[in-house]
Design a protein around this ligand. Structure first.
Ligand code: ATP
Length: 221
């Protein structure tokens, strides 16, 4: 469970948000929405311990967090295959026993993310959706309890977005993975999430997804 009380963040004199009060339960699939520059990425960086808070409290109950970034193209001549790319997140070891365990983990994760058939494909030659699945698989290596999708579906074709989201939904339902989906996409918010956290006027509102409207995605920062 994640719980924030009066969470406030400023960068120098610039107030980003103040007095955030919210709760995210284990196994929830929640969207984090709001205009450009409203503080969504800053909030998840604080959740991941990559950025400090200014005041207030935040409890994350010592859970491992996986992070999938926004799609960025990778050069065609990128040297690693999909499997080698996923392995980058493993700790190096000389121990044969640990290597065996790592191999088993990689096999399981590639099955979970439907990448087994593609493991030898050079990442640079993979499609946008396959690249995002590789990032997702890499994020799952540490067996996180919480997964953060930071606009991970942006710039993908509609069909590919849906495939990636279907996969995340499957992981959410099968393994009780908590998912925080940062997005500017109204349709995906409606289709996949039950609740939304909306940044508005430098604070955060908790909404049932039925209350989410298209207008909330059109506001200026
Ligand atoms: N390290 C930093 N130092 C100073 N200001 C920062 C820093 N990081 C972010 N900001 C500022 O904080 C504000 C919130 O940025 P953030 O990236 O969290 O917004 P966002 O809601 O994720 O935006 P977007 O939807 O465009 O990705 C912005 O004004 C940004 O310029």
């Amino acid at each position: 469970m994640i719980e924030a009380k009066n969470l406030t963040k400023s960068f120098g004199k610039q107030l980003i948000f103040k007095n955030l009060n919210f709760r995210i339960n284990n196994g929830e699939f929640i969207s984090l929405i709001g205009p450009n520059g409203s503080g969504k990425t800053t909030l998840v960086k604080i959740l991941m311990g990559l950025e400090s808070k200014t005041s207030g409290t935040l409890n994350v109950a010592k859970q491992t967090i996986g992070y999938v970034p926004q799609f960025r193209n990778i050069d065609l001549d990128y040297p690693l295959s999909i499997e080698q790319f996923i392995r980058l997140n493993l700790k190096f070891t000389f121990s044969p026993k640990q290597r065996q365990l790592d191999n088993e983990l990689i096999t399981t994760i590639m099955e979970k993310t439907h990448l087994t058939q593609l493991k030898n494909r050079p990442l640079g030659l993979a499609s946008g959706g396959e690249k995002q699945k590789a990032y997702l698989a890499q994020a799952l290596l540490n067996e996180p309890k919480i997964l953060i999708l930071d606009e991970s579906t942006a710039s993908l074709d509609v069909e590919v977005k849906m495939q990636l989201m279907d996969l995340v939904q499957e992981l959410n339902q099968k393994y009780q993975l908590t998912v925080i989906f940062i997005t500017h996409d109204y349709e995906l918010t409606k289709k996949y999430t039950k609740r939304a956290l909306l940044f508005k006027n430098k604070t955060l509102e908790e909404l049932d997804v039925a209350e989410v409207s298209k207008k909330m995605f059109e506001m200026e920062g």
